[in-house]
Write a new protein. Structure first.
Length: 161
């Protein structure tokens, strides 16, 4: 059984260790990390899942970015420890944080990921929105938290400076 709660500064290194475990070496060389450099994650949406012993089993973070001047949430990374994968923890982290994002008035979410997995949460492949290279455009996915939020929003994803 895992408990989800907001990530705190004290969680930072354990969460980073989880990301290192779950993702390939050099993960910070990905283009999405260029959008995050020097910008803190959205604290109210970043979540940690801990088990009964207090061990981190999963984590999710979001970052503010802009597309065509519009505020957008960049979801990721989200990770689940290999020993807890397949138990629905990733889905719980995603649903919980998206509910919070919607309640805070965020309208649109973007991520780079596997469409068959994220489709269950309402994400779709978006055309006209370009992540910095080298990003496969087939993996750029979007979600509307407000109906029509992506209508007319096209362009290059930029840092939220």
């Amino acid at each position: 059984m895992f408990t989800l709660r907001p990530e705190t500064k004290g969680d930072w290194w354990e969460v980073e260790a989880l990301y290192d475990l779950c993702f390939a070496p050099g993960r910070e060389a990905l283009s999405s990390y260029r959008l995050r450099d020097g910008i803190p994650p959205v604290a109210s949406l970043s979540r940690v899942a801990r088990d009964e012993q207090g061990i981190v089993g999963g984590a999710i973070r979001y970052w503010p970015v802009r597309v065509a001047g519009q505020r957008v949430l960049l979801l990721g990374p989200v990770a689940v420890h290999p020993t807890a994968q397949g138990e629905g923890l990733g889905g719980a982290l995603i649903r919980d944080s998206l509910d919070q994002a919607q309640s805070e008035g965020w309208a649109r979410v973007l991520l780079v990921g596997d469409a068959p997995y994220y489709k269950r949460f309402g994400f779709w492949k978006i055309d006209g929105v370009e992540m910095p290279p080298p990003t496969n455009p087939d993996r750029v996915l979007a979600l509307e938290l407000e109906p029509g939020a992506w209508d007319g929003v096209e362009g290059v994803v930029q840092r939220d400076a």
